[in-house]
Design a protein around this ligand. Structure first.
Ligand code: GCO
Ligand code: MG
Length: 431
């Protein structure tokens, strides 16, 4: 059964492999941990028996890095060696089913790392930029959004104006709630970064509702009507508070309000759609495309406007592109997740989907610091508020193993950051 140059025997080969006589085989799947800007990145390299031919993927999940690495090293890698890297769909389904109990974000990120690496490999073998395999470009660039945060409207408006001067037309605005551990805004008087890290300060949704909408309203008044303002609630409101928040930000005309509710409360989105015109973005917390379906299929139409797809967590480009196709049919836009905890490899892979999908809306674009560029040559940089994919074969981002070794992940890995937040009454608050 084993072909001379095919490497170790494949335990359960696809039936067509023998007849097809495919020569290229996966010889190794290696994982690399690095943290060039403090946040752990888990890189997957799929190597083959074609000299110099390998694919790179990203399985980065800052909250469960070591568990994802174990799924890759201990479970998926042994199943992949010897297989034909071209069989991406077959491999994705094989790996998904191999766990028997489906899904979850840890499995998702592990599959996502392999899947992106296989797509990168296929494009390199064909000598084409990755987006070309997805039907080619439908746009010149992917519109990007950047983040600003601050303690008051004046500071925020200045930062939005500065972002616009750097070419951005879409800006996420996170306003601090004085004294509270507000998502995305460490300002706000009494709270310092050390306290924020310890999550020593309780969360107060009532204070958030009192403070943030008027600040966002004043920011809109200061920056004018043209720039698109986004805001991330980060799943910190219950449905009653969420309805009130939407009412209070109507006049801000947000481009979208993100994670207004936690996934567990997603059943309330359909009713909210009927009472508010504020666009909603949901999905970075989803690890299975099926979680989007109730939000895309409501009997009165979709109850969200943007799918916040996180390509690594969803299991890679294979499922993400199927979701993108369905979003296109349902009139829902993609707003893929992409802060600094998504590596430049995943950003470039996501960009290949963005640039080739009619459903694309806007891409979250991290601003990577120089050490990240050193570890990931080819890191894509937003210019004039947009991201342009490489024309080189594959997704165009490489991985410098020696440079990566200079930036070991911090010990101990902080994996509990999102578990420490509590409300003023001491109950655990979603992150
Ligand atoms: C976003 C997200 C991130 C998450 C982070 C968790 O919209 O960019 O909410 O900021 O908090 O990805 O690791
Ligand atoms: Mg978010």
């Amino acid at each position: 059964m084993t072909q001379p140059d095919a490497g170790p025997e494949v335990l359960a080969p696809a039936p067509w492999v023998e007849e097809r006589g495919a020569r290229t085989r996966i010889t190794a799947v290696r994982t690399f941990l690095t943290a060039p800007h403090g946040c752990p990145h888990l890189v997957v390299r799929v190597e083959t028996n074609d000299p110099g031919l390998y694919g790179l993927g990203c399985a980065s999940d800052p909250q469960r890095t070591l568990a994802v690495r174990s799924v890759l090293d201990d479970y998926l890698a042994p199943m992949l060696v010897g297989r034909d890297p071209d069989d991406i769909e077959d491999i994705h389904r094989l790996l998904l089913n191999s766990a028997y109990w489906r899904g979850g974000s840890i499995t998702g990120n592990a599959l996502g790392g392999v899947d992106v690496a296989l797509w990168d490999l296929k494009a390199k073998r064909l000598g084409a930029p990755l987006y070309a395999l997805f039907g080619g470009r439908v746009r010149a660039y992917a519109e990007a959004y950047t983040h600003v945060d601050g303690a008051d409207a004046a500071e925020l408006a200045d930062k939005v104006t500065a972002a616009v001067e750097r070419g951005y037309r879409h800006v996420r605005v996170q306003a601090a709630v004085p004294g509270a551990d507000t998502y995305g805004a460490a300002g706000g008087g009494a709270l310092d970064r050390a306290a924020a890290r310890r999550r020593a300060v309780p969360w107060d949704s009532a204070a958030y509702l009192r403070t943030v909408p008027p600040v966002l309203t004043e920011v809109r008044e200061r920056v004018g009507p043209d720039v698109e303002l986004l805001h991330d609630v980060h799943e910190r409101l219950d449905p009653r508070q969420a309805r009130e928040f939407l009412r209070r930000v109507e006049d801000v005309r947000p481009y979208f309000v993100e994670d207004l509710l936690a996934p567990e409360d997603a059943g309330h989105f359909a009713a909210m759609r009927k009472t508010s015109a504020v666009p909603l973005a949901v999905g970075e917390l989803f690890h299975d495309t099926a979680q989007f379906l109730p939000l895309l299929e409501g009997c009165d139409g979709p109850s969200i406007d943007f799918a916040r797809v996180r390509v690594p967590t969803l299991g890679g480009l294979t499922p993400a592109r199927k979701l993108a196709a369905y979003c296109e049919l349902r009139g829902v836009r993609l707003a893929p997740h992409g802060p600094a905890d998504v590596s430049p490899v995943a950003q470039a892979a996501t960009l290949a989907m963005d640039i080739s999908s009619h459903a694309f809306g806007v891409q979250e674009a991290a601003v990577f610091r120089p050490p990240v560029h050193e570890v990931f040559p080819g890191t894509v940089v937003a210019t004039a508020g947009g991201l342009v994919p490489h024309e080189t074969p594959g997704h165009g981002v490489d991985f410098d193993e020696a440079a990566a070794a200079k930036f070991p992940v911090p010990e101990p890995l902080q994996h509990d950051r999102w578990a420490l937040l509590r409300n003023t009454d001491g109950s655990v608050q979603r992150a």
